[in-house]
Ligand binder design. Sequence first.
Ligand code: SAH
Length: 357
Amino acid sequence: MTPLGDLLARRIAKTGPLILADYMAECLFHPRHGYYVSGDPLGAGGDFTTAPEISQTFGEILGLCLAQSWLDQGRPQPFALAELGPGRGTLMADILRAARAVPGFVEAAQLHLVEASPALRACQAETLGSRQVQWHAEVGALPDLPLFLIANEFFDALPIRQFRRGAAGVGWHERVVTLRDDGTPAFAWSAPAPVAALAPQLADTAEGDIVELRPAADAVMQVLAGRIAAHGGAAVIIDYGDARSRGDTFQAVRGHAPVDPLAEPGRADLTAHVDFGALREAARGVGVSEPVAQGLLLERLGITARAQALARRLTGAALESHVAAHRRLTHPAEMGTLFKAVALHAPGAPLPPGFDP
Ligand code: SAH
């Protein structure tokens, strides 16, 4: 067991089982042993790879998408160019480089990064070099300015609660982490109870079905929508998931492979699919797009033309890996359809390019 595993086992022995959201929050962000606190999961030999780390074209094309939205809203200045969970800072660096082609955008941008991990903040500072950056621990600290924001693979890391529908009329069982007699952690289901937030799911679930809620994501969406409604702007959110929460999507990854989420608390990345329907419903008072598949969005934004332009300078193994990276981002069998995107935009302003109302 890891040091965090021992801490959690003592806590469960003392105060009872942990709901999944509390287990996930501790594993990811425990102030000493949390997965994101103690290391760089995206670095060389890390646990997973994300789209901006696969190809520079991802950030370039999405940077131009945000810049077009800024032009469409009358070039407000100053404005906050913000990112949630910027990882190594690669996406923001690619956005800034591409958006230099749009006169005035980079000059008017104040950089705001929402990042909980000290290790990743340091990495972002290095990637972004001399650029002035303000870091925040919470979205609520974003400034009162027009907001143009991106979030890639941020929401999947926010803690979920998981429920199984019980027999007729009894309500929902909640998944908890408890201890076996020998002190090792195990999953269990709580006694059933009604859950008001799951009322909409009653229509399309049956006994035994599993659904997930992500209260922290709803809170983040409310803040983003509030900022954009009050000051203008747009937000582009990309992640793996679907239009509705379906089944058990809780997963642990270590060294690019799935592992048991209870085996090494604090050493594996824990995530769950994003419920884009719930995100959209939480964004009140702003325009919200339909979810669009990542591959389709990137194609619409011209990623293939950009990839072809870069390919002209490449040969041999470099060209092969460039072509493979493009395929990985866009192909339906890779990230193209598993990943989706939604956009928020100021009421009355056009949607960012590439999105459907
Ligand atoms: N967007 C990056 C990194 C994705 S990994 C990329 O595409 O490469 C998830 C990122 O979100 C990490 O930077 C992690 O530290 C951050 N993060 C996760 N949960 C967070 C929270 N609750 N508050 C702030 N940052 C968080």
